[in-house]
Design a protein around this ligand. Structure first.
Ligand code: EPU
Length: 417
């Protein structure tokens, strides 16, 4: 297993280019199952999660090539409509294939994902929506067996906002007979991206980017030809790292309008920020100011940046709070940050962070994608040597992060344990 060795402290400086968005690519890869033929998706990041999804599509019988960030998925001959437990348990987003398979192939067998390190993360809303569209679902030995005739449009009202359930429903209902209305649809840019990609392939969707969407089902859609938007969480992570290290970093090929809540928080911390059409420049202060952050659905502060902002605040001049309203248990990074000398108390779903003058390097362990990027940020801030174990978590969501940080002047190496 690989680990990262960081020698700190570092001030990041230079330019980093942002890759395509993981959480936009994964549903698009599942949406490729809706049409027969060759789908082409561009600007696809080289991530472990993308490779897991490729493996899943290949098990289903798709022919996949992945070269220079271009992914082709040929779905002409699918053979086995099953997503096995071994893949679904390593990546929950595998559940996205359920809707497209039922909609386009009238049946599917998909493993239930099970729990996750930071809570139960149910999929009840995905299943509720598919049943409302007419799919028959049965649980068999941990698998959802789904069958359907052609799905039928319906009104679907989500009691809470869910990115996954909205994406799942969209993919299923574009081929349903009649009209589907989705109420309380998620507003995250990854959902807008999915809707736009589906429209470009012939789907009829109104209300994109709004909480109520109206979809008129069509008989078939064309294979996708789509270029994926930049990853707002990757851009936010580099912005946080620049602010935390007192660095000067230009973040290129990103979409600043997707980053407003994150940039607002970093400005409140004392970072100087300028935005251009597709870039952001961040200049961090000597030590950040304390702030109070609450994660919310888009356009609120993203839960996927919660761990990173906590890392930034570990050296603030005073006490900050960070509350996660989306995943109240997503705090596995806190005990690890404490090993570096951070002063953090957890009060329910609120982290209370009292800034310390300096963090000190230590061996720590990554527990999930965003927790690991928080550990990297704190390793860059800390004096001395930080070793981060289990970096496979970070490889799920960030392409070659150590090389890109080295270009920004960081001392970070990947070594085999
Ligand atoms: N929820 C339910 N029932 C459902 C679905 C969700 O109760 O059927 C709850 C969840 O437990 C949570 C809330 O609804 O409390 C929101 O969850 P959501 O469905 O929006 O999350 P997701 O689709 O499972 C995606 C991202 C996550 C990101 C969340 C929130 C992908 C592949 N994953 O998950 O990304 O944290 O939205 O924005 O898009 C990551 O990239 O590190 C990551 C975890």
């Amino acid at each position: 297993m690989d680990m990262f060795v960081i020698q700190g402290p570092t001030r990041l400086s230079g330019t980093v280019v942002i890759n395509g968005a993981k959480n936009a690519v994964l549903p698009l890869m599942a949406a490729a199952l809706l049409a027969r033929g060759k789908n082409v998706i561009e600007n696809v990041p080289r991530l472990r999660d993308v490779h897991t999804m490729i493996q899943l599509l290949e098990i289903l019988g798709a022919r996949v090539t992945f070269d220079k960030h271009v992914l082709t998925i040929d779905t002409t001959r699918l053979k086995r409509l099953e997503a096995p437990y071994d893949l679904v348990r390593t990546m929950r987003a595998s559940i996205y294939v359920l809707g497209p398979l039922v909609a386009a192939h009238r049946r599917a067998r998909v493993s239930m994902p099970g729990g996750c390190a930071w809570g139960p993360r149910p999929i009840d809303l995905h299943l509720m929506a598919l049943e409302r569209l007419g799919a028959k679902l049965a649980l068999d030995r941990g698998y959802i067996n789904a069958t359907a005739r052609r799905l039928k449009g319906a009104e679907i009202v989500f009691p809470i906002s869910s990115v996954g359930a909205t994406g799942q429903t969209l993919m299923a209902c574009v081929l349903a007979k009649g009209i589907t209305t989705i109420k309380n649809a998620a507003l995250e840019p990854e959902i807008t991206e999915l809707a736009e990609a589906l429209v470009s392939a012939g789907a009829k969707i109104e209300g994109i980017g709004q909480t109520t969407m109206r979809i008129e089902g069509v008989e078939e859609i064309e294979p996708l030809k789509y270029r994926v938007m930049p990853d707002r969480i990757e851009a936010g992570t580099f912005a946080a790292a620049a602010a935390a290290t007192g660095g000067k970093v230009r973040i290129d090929k990103c979409n600043p309008s997707h980053l407003e809540s994150v940039l607002h928080a970093l400005r409140a911390c004392g970072a100087k920020i300028q935005t251009g059409r597709d870039n952001v420049y961040v200049e961090g202060p000597e030590r950040v100011d304390p702030v109070h952050v609450v994660t919310r659905e888009y356009p609120g502060f993203p839960t996927d940046m919660q761990a990173q902002i906590i890392a930034v605040l570990c050296r603030a001049r005073g006490t900050s709070t960070v509350k996660d309203t989306i995943y109240p248990d997503r705090f596995t990074h806190i005990p690890e940050l404490r090993r570096l000398g951070a002063n953090i108390r957890l009060d329910g779903n609120i982290a209370v962070i009292t800034g310390v003058k300096m963090l000190k390097g230590a061996p720590v362990m990554a527990t999930d994608i965003r927790a690991s990027s928080a550990l990297i940020i704190s390793g860059l801030m800390a004096r001395g040597r930080t070793e981060i174990r289990r970096v496979y978590h970070i490889d799920r969501g960030y392409e070659a992060i150590e090389k890109r940080l080295r270009k920004l002047g960081a001392s970070i190496r990947r070594v085999s344990e």
